[in-house]
Design a protein around this ligand. Structure first.
Ligand code: 13P
Length: 250
């Protein structure tokens, strides 16, 4: 059984005080939920938000990290610094890192392996652009990103895959649950080929891209959608809490 896993990626939003306020409100509202929940504030708010999450089951995530433990890497934040703040998970390979900051699979793979070697959980993001989707190469792109991101990764126990079609991020366009589920099914088959049927069966695959309270349940009702990676709607308790509490009615 895969535990439903809902994560909020706060991206480049919120001052420390705003982040703390939202974190406290989520702790109050979500403490009795038995789903896995993670929030990923900006680096500057990680320490203060950790304080708010004390005693709660909500996991603290980072949105990125540097590819080395330490050294001359101006502007980067290292895995050791994240661990020092009590971070438990890290989002890697997000499409905004890939497309706005030029991150490629090799670099992402170095980060994935470094994070795992320090016992962080990893949410590895993959997804095609609109042009790639229209060109009919969605599966090829997703396969390339997964093979590249997971190169030399033997154990997927701490890995979650997030399928986020780039054209659905922040645009209000969601992949239809069926389209998303098709790609999720493809990803699960790929994991089965690369690892084993058991690993494929156990790995959580999140969907991300314009997830809102009104589409969460339908997305989560699909066979291969095990979780959600939420951007805009994770910035307020009013929208994130109902997403976490989605009810598929089954
Ligand atoms: P939106 O939910 O704002 O479309 O963002 C999705 C996302 O990129 C989460 O990582």
């Amino acid at each position: 059984m895969r535990t439903p896993y809902i994560a909020g990626n706060w991206k480049m939003h919120k001052t420390t005080a705003e982040a703390e306020e939202l974190a406290r409100s989520l702790v109050r509202s979500l403490d009795r939920e038995n789903k896995k929940v993670m929030i990923a504030p900006a680096f500057t708010a990680l320490g203060p938000v950790k304080g708010c999450l004390e005693g709660s089951h909500i996991l603290l995530g980072a949105q990125n990290m540097g590819p080395e433990e330490q050294g001359a890497h101006t502007g980067e934040v290292s895995v050791l610094m994240l661990k020092d703040l009590g971070v438990e998970a890290v989002i890697l390979g997000h499409s905004e890192r890939r497309h706005k900051y030029g991150e490629q699979d090799d670099l992402i793979n170095r980060k994935v392996r470094l994070a795992l070697s320090h016992d962080l959980e990893v949410v590895l993001c993959v997804g095609e652009t609109l042009e790639q989707r229209e060109g009919g190469v969605t599966r090829r792109i997703v396969e390339q990103q997964i093979r590249g991101g997971l190169k030399e990764v033997g154990d997927l126990g701490r890995i979650t895959i997030a399928y986020e079609p780039v054209w659905a991020i922040g645009t209000g366009k969601t992949a239809t649950p069926k389209d998303a589920d098709d790609t999720h099914g493809f990803i699960r088959d790929l994991l089965s080929r690369l690892y084993s049927a058991k690993v494929a069966e156990d790995t959580v695959i999140q969907y991300g891209g314009s997830v809102k309270p009104n589409n969460a349940a339908e997305l989560m009702s699909m066979e291969n959608i095990d979780g959600l990676l939420v951007g805009g709607a994770s910035l307020a308790a009013d929208s994130f809490v109902p997403i976490v509490r989605y009810d598929t009615g089954s």
